[in-house]
Design a protein around this ligand. Structure first.
Ligand code: DC
Length: 218
């Protein structure tokens, strides 16, 4: 086999990002070995398999196809938790390890080698790797990084929801959301909620007929 790199380390240390970077820089085929455990976890959920049923878990491991893994479906906490629970089963590990080795033995000529990242690449999957790296970081820092990642994806999801709702409200046939004539637009982008309330109250005061006692806004 050609050049091989093993990258191991705990969750949130950055091994996946580093492995991806190295794979592009040195034209290496990359395999995130955790994805095989996650795919097995997805199948466990789909087929309603008990996480303690080692016989069925081995069958599930055989069904994992490295060519058909859709990463986006596997990046969630439920899958991560099941993946970690089933990863203790030796027979399942043996099957998945063999699939990982098969992957490294079947790389296209355009690649100079492989880079695998996971938990046991340097110890079990590729003990003969040319370079072995163990990436780590303080657990508080790793937890903070994960929180930021989750925040980022939550923000993206909320943004999409807002856009979808605005678009529906603006484009419906019946009474769509529009700016009426003679409307004063109050853009709150750079205002705190208190500032926005005060400005709105000022506009209201200015528009009030004199017979109504106007409340003074400072
Ligand atoms: O790296 P990850 O979060 O995608 O991995 C999911 C789970 O799979 C992790 O909790 C441990 C397990 N795993 C493993 O046991 N051995 C590997 N080489 C990779 C992952």
């Amino acid at each position: 086999m050609s050049f091989s790199i093993a990258i191991d380390g705990p969750a949130g240390a950055g091994k996946g990002t580093i492995a991806k970077f190295v794979s592009e820089k040195f034209r290496l085929k990359h395999l995130d070995t955790g994805l095989l455990y996650r795919e097995a976890a997805r199948l466990v959920i789909q087929e309603g398999v008990d996480v303690l049923d080692v016989v069925r878990l081995e069958e599930i491991a055989h069904k994992v196809d490295t060519k058909c893994i859709i990463e986006n479906n596997l990046r969630n906490e439920k899958i991560a938790s099941i993946a970690s629970q089933i990863a203790v089963v030796p027979s399942l590990r043996r099957v998945l390890t063999q699939k990982m080795r098969d992957f490294t033995n079947n790389i296209e000529p355009k690649y100079q080698g492989v880079v695998l990242d996971g938990r046991d690449v340097g110890t079990v999957i590729l003990p003969q790797a040319d370079v072995k790296l163990y990436i780590t970081a303080d657990e508080q820092v790793r937890a903070l990084r994960r929180t930021k990642e989750l925040e980022k994806s939550a923000l993206q999801k909320i943004l999409e929801d807002i856009r979808l709702r605005d678009e529906r409200d603006q484009n419906r046939q019946e009474a769509p959301m529009q700016i009426a004539e003679e409307t004063i637009i109050l853009d709150t982008t750079f205002l705190s909620i208190d500032e926005a309330c005060e400005k709105a109250a000022k506009i209201v005061t200015q528009g009030m007929p004199d017979i109504i006692v106007k409340t003074k806004i400072s």
